[in-house]
Write a protein that binds this ligand. Structure first.
Ligand code: ANZ
Ligand code: ZN
Length: 831
């Protein structure tokens, strides 16, 4: 029998089902995923964005959690005490809709799905501390969500106001702007309307500047694009507020109002004023003969979202109010128009229009034949009136009184001085960020702990009466909102005595947006069973902020912003010391099939359970990790779980063949293999630190192949370096193929969990003589020096160069045109 045939037959003994059955209980018994509290290297808190219990786990979870887990496992191997908890974001609409349909209570659907997912997570072997499991819909959790709301309220950070909100007539609920897609409800497709409602808000705008400033702490540790999205969302604008007077008429008095402008330098070019058509101010000033037209216009724009209103492809619309305002610097008389392209709730809801230099104003001026006056000489710019293109560039001021002759930047400062001196305005910074509308008129969420009393007004539910529990006796149709929240209709729940005066009062019947629940769960995990506060101060001082947060880029804005806001408020309450919740962030890509996101309608979905049954957990995890760097998409049509399975079987077989005893002195073994092990470990460490997880799998494969060769036709199965190689393979596998790793480790004669083996140390002597310094250049400049093997392949050298953090930083968003590799010494990247 040839060696080849024998190997293949024996690899068939790789039985993933047996391994999965064997090692799961072992990890429970050894509690290896629980923090010990005494690791000499310190602590690391690794967190995956917690799941929503929509059904069983899917391929997206499989990818995200393989990546998150790899972080946790790596820290653990490095000797840190690792906190890696798991829980569920378990309030939300789908549970309620299921309950209405099935005539049940939402908790039935919710907790059944949680159990299913929990079982799958355990099978998937995520290295989670199950003793810390939490569900945001548990009273033990939402009690503290309510408690936090009360602290926010006391600080003036939770308040109610009337506002026009997006309203879905079918779901009978308020929608956030992001939940309105092309004017329709994201969930059910019904055309969204506007409705004035009294709603609860968190005053996140108080923290706008801090949210911007503290991003400095995240630079280089969060993906650049996420930081950019946060920055844009907060949207800081510097400029001025300028006050204008509207002239009195025979029937109407004079009025004064302010505009916000980022371009006070263009004041001389303002030729008309536009006020938001839907603002109360428009109604207040409109001349009697224009009132009907304005009313009609307001009706017409009601259904449009803010995004539609500001879309640059829509033709401008508007109505004249019949009134004129006076330019405070020039005395010119400017007609006042009302339009939808000015938003009521941004800036002051009114603008001075400078059509020569602002595209939207230009389009409006051309449509309604309003004057266009150039006040900035912009080099190369065409005439706005004839070209239809506003001169928005830099230049020197013209036709602008005292500002004439100044370059734009100076004119900006000077214009602010002028209006300030004239008492008609002042420099001003505003933010695009709005306060967070947190109330929902739905059942399955955290009840807002407020009681409304005719005499006392809003009264917080006393802390010792928290939590305000959701009623258990509502089900099915009773949960369907009928213009008001189902809780408002439940009198036996809603009617209570006022905590202050005892008079009959009503509970607030709104529940909180589920983003509130997920804005502090990472704080709860440090002590999820603590019952005297949201978290135990002692445990918090030990764990603090999350060291590595892993999740989808779809949460780049809201969830992360809200979590950052909560963290800052909780800090200001004196409960924690850190400013930012997540020190580092890793976004995983999506799992696609045939280039498209998996979906029912496309019929390209892949069932995770079936994949696990067929190939085993480890093969699926390995496939996910090997397919691409974590942040890139994985296309299931391009991967090979059976290839992963064969690799794992080969690795497993190598370990079975080792004949030396544990503890043999590897330094007496085959030198070439020793060197390869050292190089592999060294490189892998760099790859792990830079999040190049896919290459770690490739490196393990190389080591497996080399070890196989050493056994079959080199040093032989008894060589101490062969054992060292097999043990190293087990440790690398423990990061992404946990069952195989544990099996291999025990087959090699160890009787403690492989995760406690420790990341291998490298003897630097083994690295030196075989390595040379490779230089990585970009645009002719040296960006990195890499210690690489003398015999490194061009391919490998290129991968290493592109994986280098400094190199990536200098490439940034630029496109790589060409990579010229002269192994082993030079890589030249053309961008
Ligand atoms: C005059 C002007 C001249 C402007 C010019 C721009 C260019 P950002 O950067 O987004 O803050 N604006 C102010 N309030 C508005 C509102 N509620 N709805 C729509 N547009 C509004 O933009 C600020 C600029 O957008 C302001 O500066 C104002 O137009 C307009 F050459 O004033 B500007
Ligand atoms: Zn009262």
């Amino acid at each position: 029998m040839s060696a080849q045939v024998e190997t293949e037959r024996n690899e068939n003994a790789y039985d993933f089902r047996a391994m999965e059955a064997k090692w799961r209980p072992y990890w429970d018994e050894t509690k290896v995923f629980q923090p010990t509290g005494d690791a000499p290297k310190g602590r690391k808190y690794v967190l995956d964005m917690f799941p929503y219990p929509s059904g069983d786990l899917h391929m997206g979870h499989a990818e995200a959690f393989a990546i998150g887990d790899m972080n946790a496992r790596y820290f653990k191997q490095c000797g840190y005490d690792v906190l890696h908890p798991i829980g569920w974001d378990s309030f939300g609409l789908p549970a309620e809709n299921a309950a209405i349909k099935n005539d049940t209570h939402p908790k039935e659907w919710t907790y059944k799905n949680i159990e299913t997912q929990a079982e799958s997570f355990k099978r998937y072997a995520i290295a989670a501390d199950w003793s810390r499991r939490l569900h945001t819909s548990d009273p033990e959790y939402y009690k503290w969500t309510q408690w936090l709301f009360e602290q926010f309220y006391k600080k003036g950070l939770a308040y109610r106001k009337d506002s026009m909100v997006n309203w879905c007539p079918k779901d009978q609920t308020v929608l956030a702007n992001e939940q309105v897609v092309n004017g329709a409800c994201e969930r059910c497709g019904t055309t969204v309307t506007k409705k004035s409602l009294n709603q609860w808000y968190f005053k996140i705008t108080d923290y706008a500047q801090q949210l911007l400033d503290d991003m400095e702490q995240l630079e280089g540790k969060w993906p650049d694009r996420v930081l950019l999205m946060q920055r844009n969302w907060i949207g800081r604008s510097e400029g001025a507020e300028v006050r204008f007077e509207i002239e009195a008429t025979e029937d109407q008095a004079a009025e004064s109002f302010t505009v916000f402008t980022t371009r006070p330098d263009t004041l001389y070019g303002a030729t008309f004023i536009v006020v938001a058509a839907d603002a109360a101010f428009a109604e207040q000033i409109v001349a009697p003969e224009h009132k009907a037209a304005l009313e009609q216009y307001r009706e017409d724009i009601k259904a449009l979202s803010d995004i539609d209103r500001q879309s640059s492809d829509r033709e401008k619309t508007g109505v004249f109010t019949g009134r004129y305002a006076i330019n405070p610097l020039t005395g010119a008389k400017l007609p006042v128009w009302a339009s939808d392209y000015v938003l009521a709730d941004y800036g002051t809801g009114a603008i001075m229009a400078v059509p020569a230099h602002d595209q939207r104003d230009l389009e409006f001026a051309l449509k309604f034949d309003l004057p266009i006056v150039k006040v900035l000489d912009v080099e190369g710019a065409e005439d706005p009136a004839t070209s239809g293109v506003a001169a928005s560039g830099d230049g020197v001021l013209i036709n602008s009184g005292e500002l004439t002759g100044l370059p734009k930047a100076e004119a900006l400062a000077k214009a602010i001085e002028l209006v300030e001196a004239a008492g008609t305005g002042e420099g001003k910074v505003i933010y695009r960020l709005r306060d967070w509308l947190l109330s929902r008129q739905r059942f399955w969420g955290t009840p807002i702990p407020v009681i409304h009393c005719e005499d006392c007004g809003e009264v917080l539910v006393p802390e010792d009466q928290l939590p305000v529990l959701l009623p258990d006796n509502l089900r099915g149709e009773q949960l369907a909102p009928k213009g008001q929240s189902p809780l408002a209709a439940a009198d036996d729940w809603a009617i209570v005595p006022c905590p202050k005066c005892g008079k009959q009062a009503r509970r607030d019947s709104d529940t909180m947006d589920t983003f509130v629940d997920s804005s502090w769960y990472f704080l709860r995990y440090v002590s999820p069973n603590y019952d005297k506060a949201p978290f135990d101060p002692q445990a918090m001082s030990e764990w603090g902020a999350v060291d590595m947060y892993v999740g989808g880029v779809e949460h780049a804005i809201l969830h992360l912003l809200y979590a950052r806001f909560f963290t800052k408020v909780v800090r200001d309450l004196g409960l924690i010391k850190h400013d930012e919740p997540f020190k580092a962030l890793m976004n995983q890509g999506q799992v696609l099939n045939g280039g498209k996101a998996m979906s029912k309608s496309l019929g390209n979905g892949v069932n995770l359970g079936e994949q696990l049954d067929k190939f085993g957990v480890d093969a699926i995890r390995t496939t996910m990790i090997f397919a691409s760097p974590p942040e890139d998409d994985v296309d299931w049509a391009d991967v090979s779980p059976s290839g992963s399975q064969k690799f794992l079987a080969r690795a497993w077989r190598v370990a079975q063949d080792v004949t030396s005893e544990p503890g043999v002195d590897a330094t007496t073994g085959d030198l070439e293999l020793q060197k390869l092990i050292a190089r592999t470990v060294h490189e892998v460490q760099g790859l792990l630190d830079n999040g190049k997880f896919n290459v770690v799998v490739a490196k393990t494969m190389e080591l497996v192949n080399a070890t196989r060769k050493a056994i079959d036709s080199g040093a032989g199965a008894a060589d101490p370096a062969v054992r060292k190689a097999a043990e190293t393979i087990a440790i690398l596998l423990s990061l992404y193929a946990p069952y195989t790793a544990e099996d291999v480790w025990h087959a090699l004669g160890h009787d403690t969990p492989v995760l406690t083996a420790g990341f291998p140390e490298v003897d630097p002597a083994l690295l030196v003589d075989d390595t040379v310094t490779a230089i990585v250049q970009i645009k002719g400049k040296v960006k990195a020096r890499l210690e690489v093997a003398k015999d490194i392949s061009e391919q490998e050298l290129q991968e290493l160069a592109l994986a280098d953090a400094a190199v990536q930083r200098s490439i940034g968003d630029a496109e790589i045109r060409k990579v010229i590799v002269r192994a082993p010494k030079l890589v030249n990247i053309v961008i």
